[in-house]
Design a binder for this molecule. Structure first.
Ligand code: CDP
Length: 244
């Protein structure tokens, strides 16, 4: 482990009491933003994220249009008050541009773009409170928003991060783990085929550690996918109508 003096894992327990394989709790509320085509609010541990999808609409400025298919545009932002450290107060920075880009790329792989030539589909992800893993939460939340908007997709992506403390693999890193772990790997998955739509890596893992990490992602994915589908289904039940 990096020599920080912070023990992220002791006697098989993490600082917040989780075991290496435990995920933080997740809650998803469908369609909180009435003006959007589809939207979702998500709490993932201490992260609070809203995603809203607009479009398809004419791609503007016109030079951004593709005559053969829709273009996906994404804006990920952290609210100025979202972080204890105040890092989020700088508006659109290099990190936000990167996360916006990788989020758009996930959806370029699932949305059936050629049904909407010349148009743009806008995904907005706003992080209201952050505690590590906000890009994963944003993608997972935006997938629900996209589905609720009725835009056809081949699959319902989810994302989660996995990492390494010493030689141990841990799932769903919170901020302190993200900052001080030996590796941090956000992954987005298309669950029908378990194909990888995003994989970023800060640090290194052996092949065996990587395989363990990916298996943890796929196991957690079953739970995350179910929560996404429950949120979608709730729109069509009595319980869902109170949000609708
Ligand atoms: O959020 P995610 O793990 O996808 O991205 P990160 O760049 O690895 O950031 C990890 C965490 O650090 C974020 O979730 C925030 O809690 C915090 N952070 C922050 O407070 N201010 C920043 N400018 C960047 C990160």
């Amino acid at each position: 482990m990096k020599n920080t003096g912070i023990k992220l894992l002791e006697n098989g327990r993490r600082l917040d009491g989780r075991s290496p394989k435990d995920m933080r709790s997740i809650k998803i509320i469908p369609n909180p933003i009435k003006n959007a085509g589809g939207s979702a609010y998500m709490e993932w541990g201490k992260n609070k994220v809203v995603a809203a999808v607009y479009g398809p609409s004419e791609a503007l400025p016109r030079h951004t249009a593709n005559p053969d298919k829709a273009v996906i545009k994404c804006r990920y932002m952290m609210a100025p008050f979202s972080s204890e450290e105040g890092h989020g107060r700088v508006g659109m920075n290099r990190r936000a541009i990167e996360i916006s880009k990788v989020t758009a790329e996930v959806f370029e792989n699932v949305v059936i773009l050629d049904q909407f030539p010349g148009t743009e589909i806008n995904i907005y992800v706003e992080v209201l409170q952050s505690d590590g893993g906000t890009r994963a939460a944003g993608i997972t939340c935006a997938a629900v928003a996209m589905a609720l908007s009725g835009i056809p997709m081949k699959d319902l992506p989810y994302a989660i991060s996995v990492g390494k403390v010493g030689e141990d693999i841990i799932l769903d890193l919170d901020k302190i783990e993200d900052n001080y772990s030996d590796a941090d790997m956000p992954v987005a998955i298309l669950p029908r085929t378990d194909s990888v739509a995003l994989l970023q890596m800060d640090g290194t893992m052996s092949k065996t550690q990587f395989d363990t990490a990916m298996q943890m992602v796929l196991d957690a994915g079953k739970i995350i996918s179910k929560l996404q589908k429950d949120a979608l289904m709730s729109q069509y039940t009595e319980q869902g109508k109170k949000y609708g």
